[in-house]
Ligand binder design. Sequence first.
Ligand code: PLP
Length: 418
Amino acid sequence: MKNKNSDLFFKNIRKDFPILDQKINGHQLIYSDNGATTQKPIKVIDSICDFYKNDNSNVHRGIHTLSERATDMYENVRIKVANFINSNKEEIVFTYGTTSSFNILAKGIEDQISEGDEIVLSQMEHHANIVCWQELAKKRGAILKFIPINKDFRLDLKEAEKIITQKTKIVAISHISNVLGTITPAKKICSIAHKYGAYFVLDCAQSIVHMKVDVKEIDCDFIAFSSHKMFGPTGVGVLYGKSNLLEKLKPSIFGGDMIYEVSFTCSTYNKSPYKFEAGTPNIEGVIGFGAAIDYLNEIGMDNIELREKELCEYFLGKVSEVKDLKIYGPNSCNDRSCIFSFNIDGIHSHDMSTLLDMKGIAIRGGHHCAMPLHTLLELPSTSRISLCFYNTFEEIDKIVLALKNAKKDYEKGEFLLK
Ligand code: PLP
């Protein structure tokens, strides 16, 4: 199909995702938990099976044909990832996911941080971009500061200008909040960080699948993201770092493949990115990740952005008809994505998840690994609907209808039978 931004194109695309074609509790599945993980197109699934059927071997260590082939395939994905974010292949470290990328970064940067140095995060961060910095701060006597959010659920830029100072060594924020859906002004905050010589780190776990991320355009020093949130397999992620900065970073996982030379007394390390990739990596995962990137490129990130903006506008319009429902996040689709956290008065998010699951609708309830943000908003938890391009307007209608009936269904107590 030529017109890759038509509704029909995106409806047809659902055929690429076999898992979507099933009933849950007697209803057609509506998968709207894409912020947690996305479903996998058949091309990704096949690429992993094909690798095991035809090419399976270890990488970087064999001289035989299969090993060379597997190495080529693995390294080729590094180039695909680099092109996808407009970087060089030497700047792509394969990790096990965003969390592992942050841990490698925070550990590797440790000896560049001294007592009294400041690390600036925001109030809307995922635990993956909080806890590793807390550990680093504890070890080195550094101080954590947080850019506040304003009443519209956006980052307060004026406060950011005050909080980031000469003392700041690292500014690490999410590109899209996994709770609020807010798209943060990454380029602006990056330029403030750089004004003071601080590193700018961007958590792209949520943004990488919804918008074009160009590390050069933003001028990021480091970014992190996971394959499983962009239609690829679990257990694979990326730490991007500017070449000269990766060289300065210390490895924290030691063993085979990350070394240059080893004696009984000491070792020297391989160059970046290999010095961060000790041991046998998740080879089939990386191969599947490459297929996911091909898949996204075939559709086009521009088309995905357009489609999701339409879904976002449609959802916000429709959901405003639901009584007693409050959305926590910006009300304009210009700087938000299709991640909608909400509560309906009187219904706990876990009950809401169960109520919707009974109608075949998969959503998430809880604190979404952002406890500090929930504490700040004085909310024990929220329900979260996170859409992506394979969701449809008809699905949104069904979700909104289920939300409209939620109170009635809740009072009937039917969900307790589950
Ligand atoms: N950062 C954000 C914004 C996220 O949404 C997530 C996962 O939900 C992570 C980091 C952690 O990703 P992973 O669990 O794949 O390591």
